[in-house]
Ligand binder design. Sequence first.
Ligand code: SF4
Ligand code: SF4
Length: 466
Amino acid sequence: MNAPAPVNKVREAKLELYRKKGKIHAREVRGRFNSLRWAVVWVTQLIFFGSCWLQWNGQQAVHFDIAHEKLRLFGLVLWPQDALLLAIALILAATGLFLVTAVAGRLFCGFACPQTVYTSIFMWIETRVEGDHLARLKLDQAPTSARKLLLRGSKHLLWGLFAAWTAITFVGYFTPVRELLPAIADWQLGPWEIFWLLFYAVFTYVQAGLAREAVCQHMCPYSRFQGVMFDSNTRTVSYDVQRGEPRSRQARAASGSTGIKSAKGDCVDCGICVQVCPTGIDIRDGLQYQCINCGLCVDACDEVMTRVGKPAGLIRFASEQELAGKPARGGRPRLAVYGGLIALFVALGAWTATQRSLLLVDILRDRGSLAREAADGRIENAYTLKLMNLVEEARDFEVSVSGLPGIELVGASRFAGVPGGIREVHATVAVPADAGPTGAHPIHFEIRAVQDPATRISEKSTFVLP
Ligand code: SF4
Ligand code: SF4
């Protein structure tokens, strides 16, 4: 990546590049926030592109198995019955996002949002193919030529390939990726796979390659309502007006060489903070909803300050209180509320997880024949039991019944369960003819896993005596 150009050479570029409208060609910048941003890109993309290739007990470790209504997560199998756990996880993620926003503004937007991550990758490809921000601007303005077509074609081809690979990876979490790739090669895809592959590829290409900052500014609702989570102690990327103004290109000459404090502010009005901004704004105009808090202008300005011999931090993560020279306000109720909600939902999630049954049973009494008299004089009712074995291991289930004098199962009482699946079995229950008066009587089925006695469940049903 290119380092910012010397300060005295950048004014012309600023005038060309700082456009309220038109395509933004952000300048590359080095610095701690840029490094952090790329670290997040690497981590998230290694997880995204890598996880679908991991195997666990002979199956894909992360698999949204829609056909069988289950989600496999490294040996853990979640079913529709676990929707509460999923809801708690989503609430926790949202509350965590609110907490981070209240503390440090749109940190998620600037570093971890998929839009930011993929835009960074697409811009990196663009820079490698077409050159730096000035070269790209020049190419925009150049008449159509073989070179321009070649560069543009190469860029779009690479974008397309990358978008296609993200789509394959995404669909690979639903159709095991090791089956999906041969299916693509053999044109053996189902209609939904074709739809999602095309949709996700086009979506990635348009959002990260073409729309970019417009998504954050005009499509993302979060940018519009995040302000309600801010207070005067929220640390956002801010320009220190007290220190920077009045800005002047002469500030460096006035103070840098003599050590005498200049009447000018520290901002040398180089415009590099604007050139590096992926959303094309000038942070010196104050907090704006377009700012995604990526910190790239902080990196750029720190480097400029170092060059002109002034302390870094003219643009920095700072709160309103801090910029006004006031001490941070203690006791922020919104942090306590968000923190309390997180603690509450963590506890609720943990409790829900411990209460989670690894066996579910549906019992249907055979309505075709209410009751029948057996050869030995006893009264029999027939039932269908749906045994849902929620672990990916073969387990046997022992069934017993209670609730009427002399009640017992006729025939088999032990059934093999399907690993991670549902098995329907039929059971006949018999009672002596004098077990009770005519009518429906409540009874209980007890089902327990033979290999795991702690997994047991009791289900109600009725027994009809004629
Ligand atoms: S103003 Fe600074 S922090 Fe905000 S989006 Fe632009 S470069 Fe990122
Ligand atoms: S704030 Fe910093 S980077 Fe921006 S114009 Fe002033 S000196 Fe340059």
